[in-house]
Design a protein around this ligand. Structure first.
Ligand SMILES: NC(=O)c1ccc[n+]([C@@H]2O[C@H](COP(=O)([O-])OP(=O)(O)OC[C@H]3O[C@@H](n4cnc5c(N)ncnc54)[C@H](OP(=O)(O)O)[C@@H]3O)[C@@H](O)[C@H]2O)c1
Length: 377
């Protein structure tokens, strides 16, 4: 992965040179690696089919050769064995750990497991949880303007980096979200405010938290996010709780790949498969981030969860995190307890069989653990 210290990257299409404006350092790279405005023209030059193939490759990446979704995905795409071999090789060795990364449709790499901080109190509680998560090896934190703990996340991340001089800002992937869709100006202001609050110089992923507010506000807020990506304030733009209708509305307007959402964060776990949205996202190069991946701990006593946890010698939380990863999603498990933070991510040794993935698929009951704005007007 391309590493430049301190701040947003810019790219000159003509020269293929990437420059860190903060340091003046220069490096060359494949344009496909580029995250910001920089990449716009080049990435936009990739046609839809190629983008799908690339996305397919990322999505497949990390899944073991005989796993359920791996083969299912090949079938959906109608791709042959040759592609499967290439795809598997591309991400060989990446696996399913907090160190594993996947490549998004805009070329940015992102950790496969993120640490969620919803309902974690600002101040001491967030600072401790984020520090514990980073010490445990997580490298991605999922916050939001509406969680009121962005500042505490930033403080914990900066403190951790000070204690670990071998690591840099680029080693941490920080996500935050716009509380309410509004005007273009207000959204740009909210983005700048999140950057200032965290003191992290830029945001790795910025999401519209929900589709609420109607088409006009969605349009204005998204335009602000896409422009902030071009201006290097954000590396990846995405949405959350967007249903297929909201995604179509956005994709129809934004024809350039570089201005399209790359991530949709929705509730997904075996008890809520959200199949319509996940299928649409898969077909359109949009990575699913799975929130409430542990079903908020509410289904740990379900007979199938208990049976499979016993079979695989893991905790229910680990089984659910592993399920999410094998499905090709990016889970965001949350905990404020150090031992759980440590344990929840240890899923490398578990490999859920095709048969058991099907068994888990059978648990879908459309369960929403918090809100469900995916059908908002
Ligand atoms: N975009 C959105 O609209 C949206 C909505 C919801 C969530 N999210 C994101 O997704 C993240 C995860 O979702 P979530 O926090 O709602 O739910 P979750 O991660 O599914 O579950 C968290 C709950 O499970 C408990 N827990 C964690 N590990 C456990 C373990 N090993 N054994 C028993 N209980 C355990 C936690 O309690 P303790 O903390 O006490 O361990 C907490 O009550 C959030 O933090 C947030 O970042 C986004």
């Amino acid at each position: 992965m391309l590493r430049l210290r301190n701040g947003p990257l810019r790219h000159s299409v003509a020269t293929g040179i990437i420059r860190s404006f903060a340091t003046g350092r220069v490096a060359t790279s494949s344009p496909w690696e580029l995250p910001t405005r920089a990449a716009r023209k080049t990435v936009a030059g990739i046609n839809h089919t190629e983008a799908l193939v690339r996305n397919h490759r990322y999505w497949v990446g990390g899944l073991s050769g005989n796993s359920y979704r791996y083969r299912d995905n090949l079938r959906v795409r109608g791709l042959g064995r040759g592609m499967a071999t290439t795809a598997a090789k591309d991400d060989a060795g990446e696996g399913f750990s907090v160190k594993s990364k996947l490549k998004l449709a805009n070329g940015v790499t992102m950790p496969k497991i993120h640490f969620g901080v919803y309902e974690v109190k600002p101040g001491e509680e967030t600072e401790t949880a984020v520090r514990d998560a980073l010490e445990a090896g997580y490298r991605a934190i999922d916050s939001a303007q509406g969680y009121y703990n962005e500042e505490s996340c930033g403080k914990a991340i900066k403190g951790f980096l000070t204690m670990h001089p071998e690591l840099t800002r680029e080693d941490i992937f920080f996500t935050t979200k716009l509380r309410s869709n509004s005007s273009y100006v207000d959204t740009r202001r909210a983005i700048k405010s999140s950057i200032e609050k965290t003191g992290l110089q830029y945001l790795d992923l910025y999401l519209l938290h929900s589709p609420y507010g109607g088409p006009q506000k969605r349009k204005e807020s998204w335009r602000a996010v896409a422009d902030a990506v071009e201006d290097g304030e954000i590396r990846v733009g995405g949405v959350s709780n967007f249903g297929v209708r909201h995604l179509k509305e956005l994709l129809e307007r934004e024809k350039e790949q570089s201005r399209r959402p790359v991530v949709n964060q929705i509730e997904v776990h075996p008890f809520n498969a959200n199949a319509e949205i996940t299928t649409f996202c898969r077909e359109n190069g949009i990575q699913i981030q799975a929130y409430a991946p542990l079903v908020k701990g509410r289904k740990f006593d379900h007979p199938v969860i208990k049976e499979l946890s016993k079979k695989y010698g893991c905790t229910p939380a680990q089984l659910l995190v592993r399920w999410s990863l094998q499905m090709g999603y990016v889970p965001l498990p949350k905990s404020v307890r150090k031992e759980r933070i440590e344990a929840n991510k240890n899923v490398e040794g578990i490999e859920i069989s095709e048969e058991d993935m099907k068994k888990l698929e059978g648990l879908d009951e459309g369960l929403s653990t918090s809100w469900n704005p995916t059908n908002a007007p």
